[in-house]
Write a protein that binds this ligand. Structure first.
Ligand SMILES: C[S@@+](CC[C@H](N)C(=O)[O-])C[C@H]1O[C@@H](n2cnc3c(N)ncnc32)[C@H](O)[C@@H]1O
Length: 351
């Protein structure tokens, strides 16, 4: 997660990183940053412990460790240590902040980390770890990911966090203003669609996802309601896709094998209007696959949690070309996610 990268952790202390992540997870789960943000003035650790219902010893240790990680700042007044949030935690770790990333952190803590506990075995057999971590088979990937209603909603909440910080960059990487009718395939709660209509006010976006996700989106994310956004349910490997000029695939291809990606892209190419395009939003590996580190970690994450991988620009070109997309271009945003655009060619009669 980008937040852990922002932390000031000397390279020589790399063996402490897993513990650092747990400090971050625990402080979020307990509501430390929310409490300090709501308090009218900085609080001492005893007051924090009382309000959170936590032990005084544990709270003291957690708060001081957060200070060392620059997640909290402390000042001493009349011999008493008083804690408050730093700019970093105020921006990303307070639930009321528009850039809150805590849903994803909780998903990482409760789901992703449990799969990562079996990374060595995933490297041995090349498969995800839902059976060991949660006792569920993963022959149908999203049946394992959505193994309960609670997991589905936490996954959806976690996924939407990043678009409040990275949505604009990926949607601005190419000028999408000519596309009026857009379909966000596997668009989940509609968070990226919301960024899209904010950035390109003339467009309408259809969010296509599975029936259970569409139902959960309408039930749990009503703040996303916008008359330019509509939901459409179905299976993107089987059912007809809504008509559109531009199809967005954000963090979808990285879930799947090359064979499944080829099938999905061919279906999109068939549905796409003349002069249309597909915008793939993913974290791009360097040409040799040896960086950036964040993308390599995401790719290992795909190993333990999906059937897919992160890919290089050439690997995306090798998927998009045979599916019938031309003039494939990619742009790195310098942020967590990048953009690849493939076009269908001009409408008949245009040159
Ligand atoms: C990794 S998530 C990405 C969500 C969203 N695009 C984002 O980047 O935040 C993959 C999405 O694909 C959807 N999905 C998976 N299999 C699907 C299928 N067969 N048909 C339709 N949607 C599917 C999931 O429900 C989920 O919303």
């Amino acid at each position: 997660c980008g937040i852990t990268q922002d932390l000031v952790v000397p390279r020589t202390l790399a063996h402490r990183w897993p513990l650092v992540s747990e400090v971050l997870f625990a402080a979020c789960e307990l509501g430390v940053f929310d409490l300090l943000s709501e308090a009218p003035e900085p609080l001492g650790s005893a007051a924090v412990a009382v309000r959170l219902g936590t032990s005084s010893h544990g709270t003291q240790l957690l708060l001081d460790t957060c200070v060392s990680l620059k997640l909290l700042q402390v000042e001493t007044s009349r011999g008493k240590a008083l804690y408050q949030n730093t700019e970093l935690s105020s921006t990303y770790l307070v639930r009321a902040s528009p850039k809150y990333q805590g849903n994803m952190l909780l998903y990482l803590a409760r789901t992703t980390y449990l799969c990562w506990g079996h990374l060595a075995q995933a490297v041995r057999d090349g498969k995800n770890r839902y059976q060991e971590a949660f006792g569920v088979p993963s022959d149908e990937l999203f049946t394992a990911i959505y193994r309960s209603e609670g997991e589905r909603v936490q996954f959806m909440r976690g996924l939407q966090d990043v678009w409040s910080v990275s949505g604009r960059a990926v949607l601005q990487a190419f000028d999408l203003s000519p596309f009026r009718l857009i379909c966000d395939v596997g668009g989940c709660s509609g968070a990226l669609a919301k960024e899209c209509t904010a950035l390109y006010p003339g467009c309408r976006v259809t969010v296509f996802d599975t029936p259970d996700v569409v139902r959960a989106a309408k039930e749990h994310f009503p703040f996303l309601e916008d008359d330019r956004i509509r939901f459409w349910e179905g299976d993107f490997f089987e059912d007809p896709l809504p008509e559109a000029e531009l199809y967005i695939l954000a963090r979808v291809l990285h879930d799947w094998s090359d064979r499944r990606c080829a099938r999905l892209l061919a279906r999109i190419r068939q549905a796409c209007k003349p002069g249309g395009a597909v915008l793939v939003i993913e974290s791009l590996l360097d040409a040799d696959g040896r960086g950036p580190l964040t993308t390599q970690l995401y790719s290992l994450n795909m190993l333990v949690q999906t059937e897919g991988r992160e890919r290089t620009p050439a690997q995306y070109l090798a998927l998009l070309g045979p599916a019938g997309f031309r003039d494939v271009q990619y742009r790195r945003t310098g942020g967590l996610y990048d953009a690849i655009l493939g076009r269908t060619g001009l409408p008949a009669g245009c040159s």
